[in-house]
Write a protein that binds this ligand. Sequence first.
Ligand SMILES: *[C@@H]1O[C@H](CO)[C@@H](O)[C@H](O)[C@H]1NC(C)=O
Ligand SMILES: *[C@@H]1O[C@H](CO)[C@@H](O)[C@H](O)[C@H]1NC(C)=O
Ligand SMILES: *[C@@H]1O[C@H](CO)[C@@H](O)[C@H](O)[C@H]1NC(C)=O
Ligand SMILES: *[C@@H]1O[C@H](CO)[C@@H](O)[C@H](O)[C@H]1NC(C)=O
Ligand SMILES: *[C@@H]1O[C@H](CO)[C@@H](O)[C@H](O)[C@H]1NC(C)=O
Ligand SMILES: *[C@@H]1O[C@H](CO)[C@@H](O)[C@H](O)[C@H]1NC(C)=O
Ligand SMILES: *[C@@H]1O[C@H](CO)[C@@H](O)[C@H](O)[C@H]1NC(C)=O
Ligand SMILES: *[C@@H]1O[C@H](CO)[C@@H](O)[C@H](O)[C@H]1NC(C)=O
Length: 797
Amino acid sequence: MAVKGRLLLFSSFVLNVALTQNITNNLKYVDPLIGSANGGNVFAGATLPYGMAKAVADVDSGSNQGGFTTENGNVTGFSTMHDSGTGGSPSLGNFAFFPYASCPSDDLNRCVFPKKERKIPYIVDSVKASPGYFGITLLSGVAADMSAAQHTSLFRFKFPSTGNGTSPLILLDLTDLADSRQDNATISVNAQTGRMRGSARFLPSFGSGTWTGYFCADFKGADIRDNGIFANTRASADVKELKISRSINNFPLPGGGFIRFSSNPTEGVLARIAVSLISSEQACRSAETEIPNFDFDVTHKAAEDAWNEKLSPITVSTTGVDTSLVTNFYSGIYRTMVNPQNYTGENPKWQTTEPYFDSFYCLWDSFRSQIPFLTILDPAGVTHMIRSLIDTYGYEGWLPDCRMTLSKGYTQGGSNADVVLTDGYIKGLNNGIDWQKGYEAVIKDAEVEPYDWSNEGRGGLDSWKSLGYIPTQDFDYKGFGTMTRSVSRTLEYAYNDFCIAQMGDGLGGKEEDVEKYRARSENWKSLYNEDQKSFLFDGRDTSFTGFFQGKYLNGTWHNQDPLWCSTIDPGPRVCSLQNTGQETFESSLWEYGFYVPGDQAGLISLYGGPNGFVKRLDYLHDQNITYIGNEPSFLTVFQYHYAGRPALSALRSHFYIPRYFSPTNAGLPGNDDSGAMGSFVAMSMMGLFPNPGQNVYLITPPFFGSVSITSPLTSKTATIRNVNFDPSYQNIYIQSATLNGEDYTNNWIDHSFFTEGKELVLTLGKNESTWGTRVEDLPPSLSEYAGLGVGMGQSRK
Ligand SMILES: *[C@@H]1O[C@H](CO)[C@@H](O)[C@H](O)[C@H]1NC(C)=O
Ligand SMILES: *[C@@H]1O[C@H](CO)[C@@H](O)[C@H](O)[C@H]1NC(C)=O
Ligand SMILES: *[C@@H]1O[C@H](CO)[C@@H](O)[C@H](O)[C@H]1NC(C)=O
Ligand SMILES: *[C@@H]1O[C@H](CO)[C@@H](O)[C@H](O)[C@H]1NC(C)=O
Ligand SMILES: *[C@@H]1O[C@H](CO)[C@@H](O)[C@H](O)[C@H]1NC(C)=O
Ligand SMILES: *[C@@H]1O[C@H](CO)[C@@H](O)[C@H](O)[C@H]1NC(C)=O
Ligand SMILES: *[C@@H]1O[C@H](CO)[C@@H](O)[C@H](O)[C@H]1NC(C)=O
Ligand SMILES: *[C@@H]1O[C@H](CO)[C@@H](O)[C@H](O)[C@H]1NC(C)=O
């Protein structure tokens, strides 16, 4: 997903050359605040890799989807569940604490309890964020810092002295960022121990249904003076239990618990809170197991160690390279493991021994490079994710396309879990994955139309099978969803079918399926209107003819301007999931004009051969038609490879990084989308970009002298080394290459590079060369490459 219209360009860097030769501790290059402004919407707080507990200060800025931002907004609380980089309405932010040094005149009822009134500015310079740690000081003088374990957050609040009356108070609010709490949230406060337990039901932020969260909070560091509950603006220590309704006249009712302390220790008061989706008992067990002694340093160190372990397989030579680029790289990698979240053991919906992952938010974003990146860096993690997706299919009947807090999220285009599964399958992931069941799941996507295809599967399957496209204004009486996006759905469904064919081919014994889905993968051709022209909004002809276009059931073309929903569309235009949206989702016919990942050779032929294709791709980028802040653009940066021009992919990736992705708070071009943007930075900079669903990485020179990645599965180390590396990036063109010492001319490589620990040496120069330009050097494509080179085209599978 993307929030459009806020592009930040041309950050200037202080030239700061790293002195370290080879990095041993990658964590020092991670800045969790990248993307905390300008709509990046990242989660900037403390978490473990894939952690469920995510502690941060929440602000009330309009861009608080991930809790905290560094632009605008006052702190409304400190909560413990979050998503990262999402758009739309804010996600999670449940069961916030709020600290007060004391209540005025020591009168409980003069503390301001409701979130909208208690909120308070923070001291800008006080914000500190690093993996597993977040700290901030409020204008009230209360300093908070925090760390996290898997389900448990630990907050440390240090209160200023307010004289004799200093009697710190912490409240726990039965709320979330979106004020989505439903009826009958509860809390009970134990007078002796101070423990608070309870639960509340909330709405998922981009999906259907409701979900229930449970918590267990304990406090340490000072004697309890009193405790109780608050409702609206009033509190009492005489009441220890609260059950509270949703609202009165749509006003979300404030309510929760409080605890007051009789002293104000200089080392602060510790507040520990665990969350569970099963029960508050389970939350208490997690808290006691994960942070038994309230030891802040131990918790923080364990989180750092966990991150260090995740980031350690990948090292780069930083010689000569501006530190900001190293920070960009490792911070991008870090963000790929904040979401999805590991909720194994927290799924009340079905009994299973399989892992359960959540916050796939959404696969439409992450199938392109995030999950493929994790397949390299954390194959065991992706194995768990795929097992979870297949297990979710087993229970829900469908693979998810988007999923958060046990709820079905909205589908944006195709059934892109098909791509995720295929990508993992062809890259050899196994270890407990039931691939036959996975195959059954993708076949169901392709064959069976769900009643509610806005949450799962695909719509319009009757037309898909009989007409070979999704018609504009389809007649679909079997299943229901937003009847738009007929072009982007056709293109995505076609690629989904391509992937199914790949998987069927690999599994063996499914020749009929393979033939059928390979044929269906060519459905994109039905929507190619060879006469379609495109004019800029000032009337000038782009001079390109032939675009995809919507087509009605009767075969008549629909007529959407190919530049609508592009970055240069003056709009206003509705381009997302609304009923009034266009036939392309969050992008233009121009950009979707390249979305044929399985048959680039076929597309190149339609666009007048490699020269016509390159001219069109250049125009897409040079005229700002594409928007690098939204995922459909990712592959277009590297598609020059398919036209035999790998040099131009390298040039393009340096055009976008760091210009549009800089290691600053406002440095992302849009929502990070659960780490999708982070993975684009990571894979572009390491010089291997995936065509997801295929065993293909497109080769460009890494942004570093060398990059080494040790496969966590095989312990073998793959290295890419640049000869003639030039940190001013004049030499970005590959002149020649060797793989394990042998000449290598393919402009792509497969996954065995990583698992077998090969060495790729790239010799660079200032000018484009003939390396990787011949037909036999090109990546596989369904059709043969025609009109390129001397006709040595082979369709390689
Ligand atoms: C850095 O790592 C690269 C690749 O592993 C290696 O060739 C180089 O010698 C290392 N440099 C130093 C200073 O350790
Ligand atoms: C934050 O609070 C301060 C003081 O109450 C107020 O002046 C300011 O407008 C608030 N900022 C926002 C973004 O709401
Ligand atoms: C603190 O308490 C003492 C004794 O009750 C009183 O004399 C003094 O004025 C108080 N100081 C403040 C700052 O409230
Ligand atoms: C909430 O509690 C009220 C009062 O006990 C009860 O009447 C109502 O049915 C409950 N609502 C739900 C959704 O449980
Ligand atoms: C997910 O959590 C479970 C239970 O805590 C754990 O066994 C598993 O290793 C975790 N998986 C990943 C990829 O972190
Ligand atoms: C086909 O259907 C479209 C949409 O209803 C309509 O505008 C068009 O006139 C029809 N074409 C023919 C040839 O009937
Ligand atoms: C594309 O956008 C950039 C940044 O806003 C601008 O400098 C450039 O002139 C634009 N190019 C065109 C052709 O509009
Ligand atoms: C590189 O290209 C430039 C401009 O196209 C040309 O002037 C120069 O001679 C070329 N350099 C080499 C080493 O071929």
